[in-house]
Design a protein around this ligand. Sequence first.
Ligand SMILES: Cc1ncc(C[n+]2csc(CCOP(=O)(O)OP(=O)(O)O)c2C)c(N)n1
Ligand SMILES: [Mg+2]
Length: 308
Amino acid sequence: MPTPSLLDFCEQISKIRAFEEVVAEGYRDRKLPGLLHLSMGAEATAVGVISSLEEGDRLYSSHRPHGHFLAAGTDPRSLMAELAGMESGLCHGRAGSMHLMDERAVMATGIVGGTMPIALGHSLVIPAPGIVVSIFGDGAVQTGTFHETLNMAALWKAPVVFVCENNERIEFSSREEHTTVKDIVEYSRLHRMAGEHVDGCDVEAVAQAFSTLARDVRKRTGPALLVCDISRLRPHYEGDLRIQDGAADPLEICMSRLVEQGHTESELRSRHGENVERARELLDSVMKRGDLPSPSDDVALVLKRMLP
Ligand SMILES: Cc1ncc(C[n+]2csc(CCOP(=O)(O)OP(=O)(O)O)c2C)c(N)n1
Ligand SMILES: [Mg+2]
């Protein structure tokens, strides 16, 4: 597949950002229930990785999955309806934000590191040259699941690319409060697998690094680990107030590179504004459809919608 242009990358990042900006508004306005971990700051990693996937490849996600699913082609309307707890949602309103399932992005989970061994199992049956991508946060690296999965994947030369979204944050604490290991790539060296570190806010660098690793993984030479340094531009979960200041913003980085290439800032910002408007229309239309909320919806919101 041809590599998308920087403008295409920027558009994809903008659409994910716009979707989540509206999700944040919807949560604040009590339209969307549940526990939401937004992926703002990680979009370039999702887009860079997923743009390098091929038809038969599959992806396993984490508790911060919206960007992964949207980049993998999940219909934004069915995702929005899912977040609203609607019967018309991607998983009939039963999954909410954290337990999404679809075809290409196979599943997400609220259990940190929980999809890693499942991704490994899937990779053992995926037809060549297909690969499986397992995306997780730096908090998962301190779980037993991470170590067991990397061990078996290396031993079995499984076609998995492990992608760590390293925001140096595990809920409310920093990485150094959890571990003495500074460089996560060191784990790939231990298991004699390929490993790379990349600026996860730079979509072109992510796409380049991922596709280089994936090329060999497709040839069944063994798994690989890509560590992407990303930002967390929202609190750990919506509703919390602690926001990291001064973090790098992949959308801004992408836009300023495009400006250097001759695009105007106003053109890029108005394109983003249109994406926000489209996402708002999506949320409004999902709310207006008047679908029955699913039984697993937030109880207070169910009652609010059902009672006069
Ligand atoms: C096995 C497990 N332990 C603890 C938690 C509680 N928990 C939810 S998110 C989170 C932090 C995860 O950090 P990281 O993997 O770095 O992802 P990030 O939130 O930074 O994207 C924790 C500890 C959990 N969901 N699952
Ligand atoms: Mg983290």
